[in-house]
Write a protein that binds this ligand. Structure first.
Ligand code: MN
Length: 199
């Protein structure tokens, strides 16, 4: 429920993600989700010593405030860990699964790019692992995510791409496609590998 420290400096992802966007995104937008999910947890008697995921799995039982902020907090904590100044690539079991389920890394990137470009308004594009261990691309509106019982497509998120305007507007304005293209340069595949190998 608490924000974890960023593993890199605000300027570290330049020029793909600019310093001011990182600062405001982490310290204002994401900080608010963390503050508000804790408020909702107190109001709705959620045990904050238990994993946030327990709330997400049953999110339909909680308020809209909980849905928006539990999702917002989880999604951003994941997003920061999926970013890195040091470009790297999927390897091992993850690369093999990508090649099996998409044909190639390039084909996977095209699907995520399309999902991210086509998300109308605010939301996220995801690479998820389904219950039958298949890798698929999905997208959610607002701060929903694939762990939630209300998600159209459910699964374990390996990485998420934030396509809210607050994630890119200062640098890219209306050019969401350019932001998405540059996201690939700062995606931390090493961490995505770790999440996949943890399953
Ligand atoms: Mn965001």
């Amino acid at each position: 429920f608490d924000q974890q420290p960023l593993a890199f400096a605000y300027a570290a992802l330049e020029p793909s993600i600019d310093t001011i966007t990182m600062d405001i995104h982490y310290n204002k937008h994401a900080a608010a989700y963390s503050k508000n999910v804790k408020e909702a947890a107190i109001a709705e008697k959620v045990d904050m010593t238990k994993p946030l995921e327990d709330v997400l799995y049953k999110i339909s039982a909680y308020s809209t405030k909980m849905r928006n902020n539990a999702g917002g907090h989880y999604n951003h904590e994941l997003f920061w860990k999926c970013l890195t100044p040091t470009t790297n690539l999927p390897t091992g079991k993850l690369l093999a699964a990508i090649e099996k389920d998409f044909g190639s890394l390039d084909a996977l990137q095209k699907q995520v790019t399309e999902a991210a470009k086509n998300r109308f308004g605010s939301g996220w594009a995801w690479l998820i692992v389904t219950g039958d261990k298949k890798l698929i691309v999905s997208s959610t509106p607002n701060q929903d995510n694939p762990l939630m019982d209300i998600a159209e497509t459910k699964g374990f998120p390996l990485f998420g791409l934030d396509v809210w305007e607050h994630a890119y507007y200062l640098k890219y304005q209306n050019r969401r496609a350019d932001y998405i293209e540059n996201f690939w340069k700062v995606l931390n595949w090493n961490y995505v590998n770790e999440r996949f190998n943890s399953l």
